[in-house]
Design a protein around this ligand. Sequence first.
Ligand code: HEM
Length: 126
Amino acid sequence: MRSTIYDEIGGAPAVTVVVDAFYERLIADPDLMAYFAGRDMARLKAHQRALVTVALGGTSEEYSGRMMQPAHRGLAITDMAFDKVLDHLHAVLVSAGVPPVTCAKILAILQPLRTDVVQSSVAVAR
Ligand code: HEM
């Protein structure tokens, strides 16, 4: 059987650890707070899980790139915010012991979503 990135990083238990740590980092980052503050925690965790699922190549129809644009419309996400979110994910993957080659693969899957997620060149007020 072909090994997936999901298997490579250690399957479901590793994903849960990564999602939790990722969530904590995003809500604690002063540059990202404005995007996530005041939102429902369960929904945000679901967001982080969705993002990690996409990153691991486990894209379901629901989380395909096609729906990224409507999902992020009106949120004024900047390139900087996108980069920071990916940096946090990278840091979490490294802490979870994910090898550099696998981290690079994961980030390469997410990068093309930038064009749909980033819909503003203006930084949000904070
Ligand atoms: C990098 C790839 C990304 C993926 C795969 C992704 C995935 C998603 C998905 C699937 C949704 C819809 C969730 C739902 O309807 O419950 C969503 C909404 C959202 N995303 Fe992302 N996202 C990404 C990047 C970002 C970035 C960079 C930010 C902010 C800096 C962000 C902030 C949000 C917010 C605030 C919502 C709305 C959540 C809510 O309705 O409560 N996302 N995202």
